[in-house]
Design a protein around this ligand. Structure first.
Ligand code: IMP
Length: 193
């Protein structure tokens, strides 16, 4: 695997910071390209892997740099794995974090089985165009109400142990999160190649 200058195919600053934080902590020495730009990529595939590959290939084609792209879904057992690949648009086409969490709390009202997981599929395309696909999973459960102010997205209602992701300091979430686990899997693959 050949990696020098790398683009993170996301406009979500929370995600970029998390990814950089983990890359740094696992000692992966890459130069992040911050000024690259690309048109938004519609997440039209039916799977997390499909969307992550779509994003990675499109940003690679636009920028010519090595690329990391990810797609994450929240899978709730009582909802047969929903919202899953539709997590970003759970409450509609113009969904917000707020609206998505409201909808989740609403559909989970009175539901006893609250187990859920975040799943991240992460794709790396290196300088030579070689593709790597890895996955990270974080098990938890859905609270009955919002707790905490850190993080983003579904963090205030995703419980791990006795705290939600939004109640954990950022560094603590980043050490254990689905994205961190996917990045560690990526680092393991890179070390093996
Ligand atoms: P995407 O991978 O950016 O498309 O994320 C899909 C949806 O999951 C979005 O609504 C995000 O807000 C949410 N999401 C992704 N990662 C996290 C996370 O680490 N915590 C909470 N919500 C997340």
């Amino acid at each position: 695997m050949d990696l020098s200058r790398l683009v993170i195919a996301s406009k979500n600053e929370h995600k970029i910071v998390e990814i950089l934080d983990v890359l740094d902590s696992i000692g992966l020495d890459v130069e992040l390209v911050r000024d690259a730009d690309w048109p938004d990529v519609a997440e039209t595939e039916a799977t997390l892997e499909g969307n992550a590959l779509l994003k990675a290939r499109s940003v690679r084609a636009e920028t010519g740099f090595a690329v990391i792209a990810d797609d994450t879904g929240l899978e709730v057992d009582a909802l047969d794995g929903a919202p899953g690949v539709r997590s970003a648009r759970f409450s509609g086409a113009h969904a917000t974090y707020e609206g998505n969490v409201d909808k989740l709390l609403d559909v989970m009202d009175g539901v006893a089985n609250r187990s859920a997981r975040f799943r991240t599929v992460m794709v790396l395309i290196d300088d030579n165009g070689t593709e790597l696909v890895v996955e990270g999973v974080m098990n938890g459960s859905i609270t009955n109400e919002r707790r905490g102010n850190n993080g983003f997205g579904y963090d205030p209602v995703f419980l791990v142990g006795d705290r939600t992701f939004a109640e954990m300091p950022t560094a603590e979430k980043n050490a254990i999160s689905h994205r961190a686990q996917a990045l560690r899997a990526l680092a393991g693959e890179l070390a093996a190649n």
